[in-house]
Design a protein around this ligand. Structure first.
Ligand code: CUA
Length: 315
């Protein structure tokens, strides 16, 4: 499901990083191979032979000293220059207008769009547009990385870091948290869904709608359970009366579930979003994802099926 490659860049930022990587690889590879090759040639050729006197002494010869000091300095200046220019392409100095806010949580990703849409784990972006992303953390240090699109950037509590996110072509680009952030770190994955702008706008409009009303008896029972049990004290369903209080909270505790059924996976990538998997999850989240902050509510099988029917109707 998840494949990452820095060598398959899909954005100008990714391209710059990939170019730098290849340049450094060739430069370091030339040194790595050149040194033993030089030794293999010079050691037998110039070794001491019986009857030979001392070789010519080169201590303090200015010309040689200059050559072997200048070449490494030039190499390092080249590497430094290439790195700085890549950083300028890959990351903004500071962001003036924020197009998207990404917040790392133990252990999932929250995305906030300027129009109020909140999504989790699966990040939709329009193709061909450079987005100014503000990166934050709700708890500990995480690191946001989508290898095909840009370099790694830490999400640090109490601080906002900025990065550019852009995709040349429509597609799904996999990413992950790449800073150990606790038990659930391995299941803090993400997908970037890059769509043509018109398709992205349609998605954004759809996500801005309030949660669908339950229609069947099962769904209605599930909606009641959602409000009765503590679900609604952590998970927001935009437009549902039971939990509008969460909307104004500065720090969200758990993923917004307003359009839960539209996401291909949940739990930071631990399970594909299918009714059967949701049943497994609701039975005991900790059995599926160790350390997860969602408790086991000891739901009965019929309650689990009602909740599943409701949540899977939230397209
Ligand atoms: Cu978040 Cu590792």
């Amino acid at each position: 499901m998840f494949s990452h490659s820095v060598l398959n860049p899909m954005s100008p930022q990714g391209q710059a990083i990939s170019n730098l990587f290849i340049f450094l690889m060739i430069a370091a590879g030339a040194l790595f191979a050149g040194l033993p090759l030089t030794l293999a040639y010079t050691l037998p050729k110039y070794r001491h032979r019986p009857g030979q006197g001392d070789p010519p002494q080169t201590y303090g010869v200015l010309k040689m000293e200059l050559v072997w000091t200048t070449i490494p300095i030039l190499l390092l200046i080249g590497v430094f220059g290439a790195t700085i220019s890549t950083m300028r392409i890959a990351q903004p100095n500071a962001i003036k207008t924020v197009d998207l806010t990404v917040i790392g949580h133990q252990w999932w990703w929250e995305y906030r769009y300027p129009n109020g849409v909140v999504a989790a784990n699966i990040l939709h972006i329009p193709t061909g547009r450079r987005l100014n992303v503000a990166l934050k953390s709700a708890d500990v240090i995480h690191s946001f990385w989508v290898p095909e699109l840009n370099g790694k950037m830490d999400a640090v509590p109490g601080q906002t870091n900025s990065l550019w996110l852009e995709a040349d072509k429509p597609g799904i680009y996999e990413g992950a948290c790449v800073e150990f952030c606790g038990t659930g770190h391995a299941w803090m994955r993400l997908s970037v869904v890059a769509q043509p702008p018109a398709q992205f706008d349609a998605w954004l409009r759809q996500q801005a709608r309030p949660a669908r009303q339950p229609s069947t008896a099962m769904q209605k029972a599930g909606a009641r359970l959602f409000a009765q049990y503590a679900c609604a004290s952590c998970h927001l369903l935009r437009g549902r009366p039971s939990n509008t209080h969460l909307g104004s909270k500065a720090v969200v505790i758990a993923p917004d579930l307003t359009h839960f059924a539209s996401r291909p996976f949940f739990g930071g990538g631990v399970l594909d979003n299918t009714p059967a998997n949701l049943v497994t999850w609701l039975h005991d989240p900790n059995l599926v994802k160790q350390g997860v902050h969602m408790p086991n509510f000891q739901l009965t099988p019929s309650q689990i099926h009602e909740l599943t029917a409701y949540l899977e109707s939230l397209t």
